[in-house]
Design a protein around this ligand. Structure first.
Ligand SMILES: *Cc1c(COP(=O)(O)O)cnc(C)c1O
Length: 403
C-alpha cells in the first residue's frame, strides 16, 4: 500500500529519539491523561525573540488570541508583546486579565451593542467593520459620556498572494471598502472619537516572503493614500499579519528575516506607529497534540490505529477546518521518533464519523496499543477551533509546558 507523505516535524522536536517537550518526555507528560495539548512556552518565547530580531524596532507585535486563547498561554505571552487582538467579548475578557485595555483591539463583524458597550467602557480599541457599527459605537460613547477609541478596518483592494485564507481584494464582511474609508475617518474625527488609525488585514497562512513583502508595501501605500484623502495622520497602522507555518509536505518556513529587511525600507512612507498581529506563527509550531492508541485493527488490507483523540479536539488535523484537499499533518510515534517506518497505517479517532481521520496512510514504525501518537504544528486553531461537544466525549486537556 502506498504511503502518503506527512508534514515536517518542527526542528525543536525532531532531534531526540524519544519526543521531549520542555525537558520531559511525551510519556511523562501523558501521565496527566490523554488526549492532551501541550504548549511549549520556550518555543513561543523563541518565536517572539526571532520576530523582534528580524523586524524593525518601530513595528509593534500583537498576539491575535483567536489562534489560541488558553489563559495560561495568554498570560505567558502578554508581557512579551505590545498588544493583544481579540474578536469577541469573551476573548476581550481574557485579554483584559493579562493586558492593559489601551493595548487591546477588538475586530470582527457583527459586534453587538453589549460588546461595543463593554469595549468602550473598558477603553479597548474597536476595529470598526462597517459604517453602521461606527454609528452605533459613537451613539454608545455619547450615551456613556465616554470617548470611544476607534480604528477603521479597511477591506484592502488587494489580497495576500498565496495565502491560505484570503481576506482582501473582493467583497467582504470584514472592514470598510478602501474607497469609503476616508469619509468614515472624517466622520469619526468630527464626532469627537479618539481615532486610532487603520487596521488592514489581507490574508493568512502565507509562506512566501515575497508575497508578504509585496502585501506589506501595498498596505503601507494604501494607508498613506487613505490618510491623505482623510486629511489626518493615523496614530497606528496595523499591517495585519498572515505569517504562516509549515503544516504539509513541501511547505517551507517563511523567511521572516527577509520580510523584516524589506519592511524597514517602507516604514518611512508614513509618519506613524506600526503593528503586526500574529496568531499561528507565534504559537502554532509550539503546540503538540498527544493521543494514545486504544485499538489496532485490520480492514480489507489496511491497518487502523484508533486513538483516544480526534476531530472533536483537532478539527484542523482531520482536514475539516478550511482546507480544500485533506493532507497529513506532521505526525509521529512519540517514543520512536527516529525509527524507520515499518508499516502504513490510518490513524483515526473514536468518533462515529468517517471524517474523524487524523492521518491517512502514513508510514510509521510499528505502534502498539498504549503507545502515544504526537501530532505537531498543533498550537493554533486546535482545541478552541474544534467541535468539542460533538458526540459527547470529554473535553481535551491543555497544559503549558515549561512556564
Ligand atoms: C485570524 C486573524 C488573525 C490571526 O491569523 P493567523 O493566521 O493565526 O496569524 C489576525 N488578525 C485578524 C484580523 C484575524 O482575523
Amino acid at each position: 500500500m502506498n504511503a502518503k507523505p506527512t508534514g515536517p516535524v518542527p526542528p525543536d522536536y525532531a532531534e531526540a529519539p524519544v519526543l521531549h517537550i520542555a525537558g520531559r518526555s511525551a510519556g511523562e507528560w501523558a501521565q496527566a491523561g490523554t488526549p492532551l495539548y501541550l504548549y511549549d512556552a520556550a518555543a513561543v518565547q523563541a518565536r517572539i525573540g526571532r520576530f523582534r530580531a528580524a523586524m524593525p524596532a518601530r513595528v509593534a507585535l500583537h498576539y491575535a488570541i483567536k489562534a489560541n486563547p488558553f489563559p495560561p498561554l495568554i498570560a505567558a505571552i502578554a508581557p512579551q508583546v505590545d498588544g493583544i487582538d481579540v474578536a469577541s467579548a469573551g476573548e476581550m475578557d481574557k485579554a483584559l486579565a493579562a493586558m492593559p485595555a489601551d493595548a487591546i483591539s477588538f475586530a470582527g463583524p457583527g459586534k453587538g451593542d453589549a460588546e461595543l458597550t463593554a469595549a468602550i467602557q473598558a477603553g479597548v480599541t474597536l476595529n470598526l467593520e462597517s459604517e453602521g457599527e461606527a454609528e452605533r459605537a459613537l451613539a454608545i460613547g455619547a450615551r456613556l459620556g465616554a470617548t470611544p477609541r476607534l480604528a477603521v478596518r479597511v477591506n484592502p483592494d488587494f489580497e495576500l498572494r498565496g495565502s491560505g485564507m484570503k481576506m482582501g481584494g473582493r467583497a467582504s464582511p470584514f472592514g470598510v471598502d478602501a474607497a469609503r474609508a476616508p469619509a468614515l475617518v472624517r466622520r469619526l474625527i468630527a464626532a469627537g472619537a479618539d481615532w486610532r488609525g487603520f487596521h488592514i488585514y489581507a490574508g493568512s497562512q502565507a509562506l512566501s516572503a515575497e508575497a508578504v513583502i509585496e502585501t506589506q508595501a501595498a498596505t503601507i501605500g494604501l494607508a498613506a493614500r487613505l490618510a491623505e484623502e482623510a486629511g489626518a495622520l493615523p496614530p497606528l497602522v496595523n499591517l495585519g499579519g498572515g505569517f504562516g507555518i509549515p503544516y504539509f509536505p513541501g511547505d517551507v518556513p517563511l523567511d521572516v528575516e527577509q520580510v523584516g529587511a524589506a519592511l524597514a525600507g517602507e516604514l518611512d512612507r508614513l509618519d506613524t506607529h506600526y503593528a503586526i498581529e500574529l496568531g499561528r506563527w507565534l504559537v502554532g509550531e509550539a503546540g503538540i497534540y498527544l493521543a494514545r492508541i486504544v485499538d489496532r485493527k485490520e480492514s480489507q488490507g489496511e491497518t487502523f490505529l484508533i486513538v483516544d483523540g480526534g476531530l472533536h479536539h483537532h478539527l484542523a488535523a482531520t482536514g475539516n477546518f478550511g482546507t480544500v484537499v485533506r493532507r497529513n499533518y506532521p505526525i509521529a510515534v512519540a517514543h520512536r521518533m527516529h525509527d524507520a517506518a515499518e508499516e502504513v497505517v490510518n490513524i483515526v479517532g473514536p468518533l462515529c464519523t468517517p471524517l474523524d481521520r487524523l492521518a491517512d496512510r502514513v508510514a510509521l514504525p510499528r505502534a502498539a496499543v498504549g503507545d502515544l501518537i504526537a501530532i505537531f504544528a498543533s498550537g493554533a486553531y486546535g482545541a478552541s477551533a474544534s467541535p468539542q461537544a460533538f458526540l459527547g466525549h470529554p473535553p481535551v486537556q491543555e497544559l503549558l509546558a515549561g512556564a
